[in-house]
Write a protein that binds this ligand. Structure first.
Ligand SMILES: [Zn+2]
Length: 442
């Protein structure tokens, strides 16, 4: 029976608890007991601070190939998008699987135990389906299995190149031609032990309101999480208001797409009315602040969204960095810069966003160290050069001092995936990443 004994563990709230015994049965916590000063024999000791496994709620695995390679010229989201399309054009199922396995291994090494992959690169060049039309999604599924991380495959509907604009170039690979074709294809995917299937609508640019209505109803009938890019860009917000007389979130609201399983990704340019609409519908917001600042998207109204009671999660999105601590720290720090106020979020609220908040948004019963929950957890060194001196009695020490490099042990469903900072399934993750990216980038 797997037993771990944590020197300190975060069980919720501002403080952490000492001497916590974690008892795991069949992949879930059977008991979580603080104050066990005399651990039973056989219990594996976890030094430092132990937290729930983190959730990376919004990922496009292939964007990782662009890290450090897009900064020579000035530009915007839209010029970056052209570089991203070049990578998309060069991928096939084999190269996608190799790259994604290394990316998911990087996530596991950073303490992520689940990822929501917002998957839109479905078909071959020119939009020709592979012999199995889910071949690209299956490549992602194999990649996640290989890296030992839970995957929610958020299969994305993408039908047009912009408001009433035809698809062009690599965008053809994203499209199922119509919403019915998308639904038939996604129906062929089945959940598994560490796999969930969910739905995504790329954006109001890529999916018209009538198709949003059909697709969101289809996803709701299946109980799928439903994610969509919403108001990432000023231009999207402005064009949508001009053409449709509604904000992007308003379009989703009009057709009944909002609800407790809906997660808006970004929301950088939400109005006060958008925030009220999302809050009243019970939907969540996934912030991706390291990507948003990389792309010059603008700073989202994270604090106002949180204050309205909207559940928050975070995603590393384009993977300019893969670090859950940095992602929630960025949410706080960018909010400080925008408001000239410190402490916009409590440290516990930030820790919740990257754990329980994210897990709920992608359909996993994980994200807290509590009996009955999936036994995903992360152990952080508190004696490294970055974390030494921070108070391990406070969760703020992890949120504001730790980085992905301080993650020591990662356990998914009671099974160790990372030990002593090394990935047990992908020990050569760095070399694999190097080969996968160079094969694409030249
Ligand atoms: Zn995205």
């Amino acid at each position: 029976m797997p037993l771990w004994w944590a020197e300190r563990a975060w069980l919720g709230g501002p403080g952490t608890q000492p001497d916590v015994l974690l008892d795991v049965k069949e992949g879930r916590f059977a008991s979580v007991t603080p104050g066990v000063t005399d651990p039973p024999p056989g219990a594996e000791r976890l030094p430092g601070l132990t937290m729930p496994g983190m959730a990376n709620t919004h990922s496009h695995a292939f964007h990782r190939a662009l890290r450090g390679r897009t900064h020579e010229r000035s530009g915007s989201f839209w010029t970056w998008r052209e570089m991203m399309y070049e990578v998309a054009a060069g991928l096939d199922p084999e190269s996608y699987e190799r790259l994604a396995r290394a990316v998911y291994a990087e996530m596991a090494l950073a303490g992520f135990t689940a990822v929501g992959e917002f998957h839109y690169l479905h078909h071959g060049p020119g939009g020709v389906p592979y012999s199995d039309p889910n071949e690209m999604g299956l490549a992602l599924i194999r990649a996640a299995e290989g890296a030992g991380i839970r995957l929610t495959l958020l299969d994305a509907l993408y039908l047009q190149g912009g408001f009433n604009a035809p698809l062009a170039g690599p965008q053809l690979r994203f499209s199922d031609k119509d919403v019915e074709g998308w639904a038939v294809r996604v129906s062929q995917l089945a959940s598994g032990r560490r796999l969930r299937i969910g739905a995504a609508l790329h954006s109001v640019r890529a999916v018209g309101a009538d198709q949003i209505a059909i697709a969101s109803g289809w996803a709701a009938d299946r109980g799928f999480p439903l994610h969509a890019h919403v108001s990432e860009q000023q231009a999207e917000q402005r064009d949508c208001l001009e053409r449709l007389g509604r904000s992007p979130l308003g379009v989703f609201g009009d057709v009944g797409a909002l609800g407790a399983r809906f997660t808006a990704v970004h929301g950088n340019h939400f109005s006060a009315a958008d925030i009220s609409l999302l809050a009243s519908a019970g939907g969540g917001l996934c912030a991706c602040p390291t990507t948003e600042r990389d792309l010059g998207d603008g700073i989202g109204p994270f604090h106002a969204v949180h204050a309205a009671g909207v559940p928050l999660s975070v995603g590393t999105d384009s993977h300019t960095v893969i670090d859950g601590f940095e992602e929630v720290r960025a949410m706080e720090m960018d909010s400080r810069s925008a408001s000239e106020q410190r402490g916009r979020f409590t440290p516990a609220a930030l820790a919740e966003a990257v754990t329980a908040g994210g897990m709920a948004a992608i359909g996993w019963d994980a994200g807290s160290l509590a009996p009955g929950r999936l036994a995903d957890f992360v152990n952080i060194r508190m004696d490294g050069v970055r974390t030494a001196g921070a108070d391990p009695g406070q969760v703020a020490s992890a949120v504001f001092a730790a980085t992905a490099a301080d993650v020591h042990t990662v356990v998914v469903g009671g099974e160790p995936v990372v030990e002593e900072g090394r990935h047990l399934l992908v020990p050569g993750a760095a070399a694999e990443m190097d080969r996968a990216v160079r094969a694409l980038a030249g």
